[in-house]
Design a protein around this ligand. Sequence first.
Ligand code: C2E
Ligand code: CA
Ligand code: CA
Length: 310
Amino acid sequence: MKLPAARMPRLRSYVSVPVVLSDGRLYGTFCAAGLTSDKDLTRRDKALMDVLASAAAVIIEPEVRAQQRRTEIEGRLAPVFAAGGPVVVLQPIVDLASGTRIGAEALSRFPAEWGIAPDVAFAEAHSIGEGDRLELLALERAADHLDRVGGYVAMNVSPDTLLTPECGALLTRLPLDRILLELSEHDQVEDYDRLGAALAPLRAAGLRLAIDDVGAGFSSLRHIVVTAPDVLKIDRSIVSGLDTDTVLSTLVGSLVDFAHGCDVQVVAEGVETAAEAAMLLALGVDLGQGWHFGRPGPVEALAPLVALAG
Ligand code: C2E
Ligand code: CA
Ligand code: CA
């Protein structure tokens, strides 16, 4: 009876019950009112209202949760957007034969207290429609390092973001012959024709294209066949331990044959030991990246480029 609705003029009968979500939170009240008084209202009527209120809670709950999640993600992203995007660190990419660094991959870093990997942070941003904006800022912050990083800079982008006009405009302003764009197949490509068309002028201007995560469960050979990349990046899942596993080493060897047969360079990711590096070199892999050569870190931590002998 304390609810304002219960005291609307001319209401003569009134029943209301709380709508409680599954975690015990009060969402609101479920009410029924009549313009005539009803002396027969009993606990049974209240019991029916309780049933209806709990049905309402079940229907409302997903929407409430989605909104809550959205607000949470927006709140987390706001300071990142205000700061101009994520912090971008660099991980060395080295020539396996000579051991010299010839490039670096730009990797985004989000506040540690988020407790999630960067790919998850990007996926969350995409889930609330902010993914393109976040990816574009990450590309800009990666590009900030171009002046100070010798060699090429590998930058990650999702196919969806790559298709935005903003992304094309951003990339066009950069020294494309120093950029390797890494395209993952985390997100399925819906329209290869559009992707090819978006990439064509950039590639003509010197941009190189890598297919990322080759050999990971979600990446398909079709992706490689259709995009005709310049570089294949072999996923850590088939690099890790390949020095002691003949199935993995045979698989990597076949990928190298396939790639070199198509004039495509091969980079192995997640190289953690000298034994893995030696096996990769023996299998003909061109470049390596991983903790064995250096962790992702600030630009100052990168080894300078050393001119290759000969
Ligand atoms: P990725 O592109 O496959 O990046 C390689 C990941 O492997 C990085 O994880 C890197 O830190 C990690 N890594 C490198 N060497 C080793 C190693 O020797 N051992 C192990 N265990 N891991 C190694 P990170 O930085 O957590 O990034 C995860 C993913 O997030 C990236 O996978 C990429 O898909 C995505 N990502 C990161 N930054 C960006 C960005 O700026 N834009 C977009 N679109 N995606 C990004
Ligand atoms: Ca990558
Ligand atoms: Ca990768």
